[in-house]
Ligand binder design. Structure first.
Ligand code: GDP
Ligand code: MG
Length: 200
């Protein structure tokens, strides 16, 4: 009886968990994005911008959406696969690459960093979402300009899902749409990268 009940309980409480890494150059807005996601989906106020310190190590955000759990992992400034972060890439279900649209001088550096990560076999087939952040700034590169730059890479992404979306992590615009895109894509890519089954 106990076994049956505990089995039933496990069955009823089981859910799919997905891991999504957030990467990009330092100062792109990764931690601000993570705090914004938490505040939108958990209904808690995120950290005020002045309290977001440069990231040392890992920031984690966990949200529940559509009966599943999504764990966001902000890997700090790290976009190097040959590092202690390799495990996070190997196990992730999607990659979010945050771009500071207000910093055109570093766009080339951005491109190289993204290329370095997504061309690695470790993340083959994993959906990639590029976020043109800081769209609230008047000087920001427009979405079309960012797309033009990153489409050159997207062509080499093969059959995997990829997209460029405009956001302002600071103001929250576009963030929900970005998470919705990700949720749909990790589910669609299940056969290639199955979710982790958790029970709670
Ligand atoms: N105007 C504007 N500033 C932003 C936005 N997102 C982040 N920032 C600012 O950019 C700086 C770096 O943000 P942070 O999240 O620490 O970047 P990280 O190094 O990628 O984690 C901070 O001063 C943020 O307030 C945005 O959407 N708009
Ligand atoms: Mg950070």
């Amino acid at each position: 009886m106990y076994t049956f009940l505990s089995g039933l309980y496990k069955h009823l409480t089981r859910r799919e968990a997905y891991y999504i890494v957030i990467i990009g150059l330092d100062n792109a807005g990764k931690t601000t994005l993570l705090e914004r996601i938490k505040s939108i989906f958990l209904g808690v106020p995120g950290l005020p911008p002045e309290r977001i310190a440069p990231t040392v190590g890992l920031n984690i955000g966990r949200i529940d959406i559509g009966g599943a759990r999504i764990n966001f992992q902000d890997l700090g400034g790290q976009t190097d696969l040959q590092s202690i972060w390799e495990r996070y890439y190997r196990e992730c279900h999607a990659i979010v690459f945050v771009v500071d649209s207000s910093d055109p001088e570093r766009i080339e550096e951005c491109k190289n960093a993204l290329e370095k990560v997504i061309m690695d076999d470790t993340v083959e087939g994993v959906p990639v979402l590029m976020l043109a952040n800081k769209q609230d700034m008047p000087t920001a590169l427009r979405l079309e300009q960012i797309k033009e730059i990153f489409n050159q890479i997207a062509e080499r992404l093969g059959a995997r899902d990829s997209r460029v979306l405009p956001i302002s992590a600071l103001e929250g615009t576009g963030v929900k749409e970005a998470v919705d895109w990700l949720f749909l894509r990790v589910q669609r890519n299940k056969a290639n990268r199955p979710p982790i089954i958790i029970s709670q």
